[in-house]
Design a protein around this ligand. Structure first.
Ligand code: FAD
Length: 457
């Protein structure tokens, strides 16, 4: 903690998973933190609208939570370990694929619960001030002035800060303002798939209707469905499919035929009536992938979390990466003695290759999860990776393990995987080459090859 920071006012815009965590980390370093959030305080709401009810938390997110002392209150008591994927085949049979050979697991956590714990933690710091129902509607970077509008009363007010940190998600208003400046690169990409959340309720005994310590996956090529367990013994089921398929399911009969064909074992679990009701009460939601660079402007403005790098949800890393952003920023603050004019550019330089790497990996897993978990090559490669990891535990770590169970920089995960692919490629070429040469020599010896040569030439 540095007391000289108490004169520096930091505005964190967005009190979601990343913003509320960042507020805690800055408060620990002694800054005067103001947390501005569009919504009301979610701890006072009965129903919180928004995305995915539960999320998979892994090592990067856990390390960040530990840094502010809330890991145990989330993981030990309110998270459900998922030790393997449980693949549901179209015929209703299932197969478990463990995440890694050491039995490490990921955890299903409730988005609202994690956000509430982080807000309560932030509230415990005397140097954090909350401003709910403050929607950032304009910003002047030069004067570091922000305009907020109350979404209910439409009243506006302006505030200033020494540093503005945009943690306001994939459609960030802070980023929009930053983009008006030169030298900020930006790209966004909507995928043709949408997602919809459904629910498998607890069974009639109040228990989980499926084995709980798994991330259940129904891979079906173009479509996919997954389910993560909740504390109340229900499951949040997420259906992923192209928007045109969502639109083609126009009646209960067509929907049931589609489920009968693709997810027959899920029908009794969800319940036919509930499935029809929930499906037609919802709609397919879009998924966006965002890249931008750099993440800062001078020493006045910075983007963290989805505001900097929204990704499709197929690696379960969006929140984990956003939380790790806060850790990386905190590490640089202490390393560079809190000099923001050095820390912000250093953060962009360090984090950009990693964030872009995980955005790419998430897109890669978009195909792998729905398709490759069905393929023999995918399963063979998993076995081969695990076997090589057993022999070379340090130098051969499978990609998923590096991403999910370590803090290896994401761009290094990709580099190491490319090296592994090269080794396998060269080894298989060498094996093939040896087999061909061996075959020719044997054939030659048996006389048929020399006969063939005589006939040909
Ligand atoms: P957000 O969670 O979007 O929070 C932004 C906050 O800013 C919100 O509170 C919002 O109200 C506020 N805000 C927005 N605009 C303004 C404004 N103008 N002014 C003031 N406040 C504003 N990640 C994982 O790690 N594991 C998973 O299993 C996983 N599953 C996912 C499943 C789905 C279907 C989806 C869509 C995402 C999933 N993610 C997962 C990604 C994860 O949800 C995000 O990466 C994470 O929520 C990012 O947190 P954030 O705080 O940056 O943004």
């Amino acid at each position: 903690k540095s007391n000289k920071n108490s004169d520096t006012q930091v505005a964190v815009v967005g009190a979601g998973l990343v913003g509320s965590l960042e507020a805690c980390m800055l408060a620990q370093r002694g800054y005067d933190v103001h947390l501005y959030e569009y919504r009301e305080d979610i701890r006072t709401l009965e129903h919180v609208p928004g995305r995915s009810i539960n999320l998979a938390m892994s090592v990067r997110g856990r390390t960040a939570l530990r840094h502010i002392g809330v890991e145990d209150s989330i993981i030990a008591h309110h998270a459900i370990p998922m030790r393997a994927r449980m693949i549901h085949r179209p015929d209703g049979s299932t197969a478990a694929i463990p995440y890694n050979k050491d039995g490490q697991c990921i955890y299903s956590v409730g988005r609202r619960f994690v956000n509430e714990v982080l807000l309560t933690k932030a509230e415990s710091f005397p140097n954090v001030t909350f401003h709910f129902q403050h929607r950032l509607t304009a910003m002047d970077i030069t004067t570091r002035t922000m305009t907020f509008t109350n979404p209910t009363t439409e009243e506006t007010n302006t505030r200033t800060a020494d540093l503005i940190i945009g943690c306001d998600g994939a459609f960030s208003a802070v980023r929009k303002e930053m983009l008006k400046r030169a030298n900020l690169n930006y790209s966004q990409n909507y995928i043709p798939h949408g997602y919809m959340e459904l629910c498998i309720p607890a069974d009639k005994h109040g228990e989980f209707a499926m084995p709980p310590n798994y991330l259940h996956i129904w891979p079906r090529g173009e479509y996919m469905m997954i389910a993560l367990p909740n504390q109340d013994k229900s499951w949040t089921v997420t259906l992923f499919m192209p928007f045109n398929i969502f639109e083609s399911l126009t009646s209960p009969q067509i929907l049931m035929n589609f489920f009968q064909q693709n997810y027959p074992d899920a029908i009794p679990l969800i319940g036919e009536e509930k499935l029809v009701k929930d499906f037609f009460a919802n709609k397919g939601l879009p998924m966006i992938s965002v890249k931008c660079s750099p993440y800062h402007v001078g020493s006045s403005c910075l983007l963290l979390g989805d505001a900097a790098h929204a990704m499709v949800p197929f690696y379960g890393q969006g929140m984990n990466c956003g939380m790790e952003d806060c850790l990386v920023f905190d590490e640089l603050l202490t390393k560079l003695d809190y000099d923001l004019s050095l820390v912000l550019p250093a953060y962009s330089a360090k984090r950009n290759p990693d964030a872009e790497a995980i955005v790419d990996l998430a897109m890669y897993n978009y195909v792998e999860m729905r398709d490759m978990v069905n393929s023999r090559w995918f399963l063979l490669r998993k076995k081969l990776d695990n076997f090589l990891n057993l022999i070379f535990p340090r130098s051969w770590v499978p990609l998923y393990t590096m991403v999910t169970f370590s803090r290896e920089p994401y761009h290094m995960c990709i580099k190491k995987k490319q090296r592994q692919d090269k080794v396998l490629h060269c080894t298989s070429l060498a094996v093939l080459g040896t087999a061909v040469v061996g075959g020719v020599v044997l054939t030659w010896r048996s006389g048929s090859a020399s006969d063939w040569l005589h006939k040909t030439f």
